[in-house]
Design a protein around this ligand. Sequence first.
Ligand SMILES: C[S@@+](CC[C@H](N)C(=O)[O-])C[C@H]1O[C@@H](n2cnc3c(N)ncnc32)[C@H](O)[C@@H]1O
Length: 294
Amino acid sequence: MHPTNSPTMYDDCVELDSVRLQVDRIDRERNDCDDNVMAIFHEEQPFTWQFVQPYVKEALKEATGGVDFLDVGCGSGIFGLLMAKHFNARVTAIDKSKRAVDFAKRNAELNGLELQVQRGVYSQSSIPGRNAKIIGLYPPYHIYPGSVEEKIPQHARGGSDGQGEFKNQLAIADYHLAENGIIFFNQMCLGDEFGPRFLRYIPQLITGDPSIVYTNVLSPISTMGFLEGVYHDKFPCFIDKISSQNPLTYYAVGIIKQDGKRTIDCVKHDIDLKGRTWKDRIKLHYEIALHGFK
Ligand SMILES: C[S@@+](CC[C@H](N)C(=O)[O-])C[C@H]1O[C@@H](n2cnc3c(N)ncnc32)[C@H](O)[C@@H]1O
């Protein structure tokens, strides 16, 4: 099959910036031993890749360390392969899912690129401390009632409020980040009119008084509207509770530096979203939620 340049969540063979990838359709039947490898969504991986490149270029010049790029939760290997292809980066890619690791290795072969791929849960022992110039974090952030956790695909399962795995990975990445290095991330995040919750917890989890630069890929949406779109008439008590504590939901891409500035900059972007909106995000989280109803 030929890869498509305008991937949808129902494509399993795609191409991004001259990298070809095998992924899983979002509606593929899954179980924990044979989990789904994340599909491509324009506002997610392609957007992140476009936003982070200037920061990546600078960090590769400024930072010192044995690993150019630490790809945490590599899935299909998309970011590691883009970094290897376009920046000749030495990449260590990690994923806890066997299927993801198999796909990342196969996708590396398909593109004639080299990735050091590790299967395992990301931990301090994944690589030596202070050794990664750039760390990519794209932890699962689907929001779901704890009762359906076991049915949610690993690429979407990061704790009921969608924040647990991001916090966990930030604390470990703090140990791995090289001097003058950066962490880049994409994240859907609960919040309020003052911003996404990560603005509060990143400075607690990352040492060195970090600066955060982020962009709202899409303008924040009402959490109630979002969750009702995903769950329809199911789980009303769960939706009420989450929405009253977190009236807004953000979808953001950001950069963290341990530069002692302790600043937060929300920057506007002019990246083409190719017509993607929250309606598409709701549809994709609805497809994930369907796994929980099976
Ligand atoms: C949201 S997906 C992102 C995949 C890929 N980077 C992409 O953008 O298409 C998250 C990935 O992280 C993996 N993952 C989640 N928690 C992990 C952990 N603690 N250690 C290693 N991998 C993890 C999941 O198996 C999944 O493949």
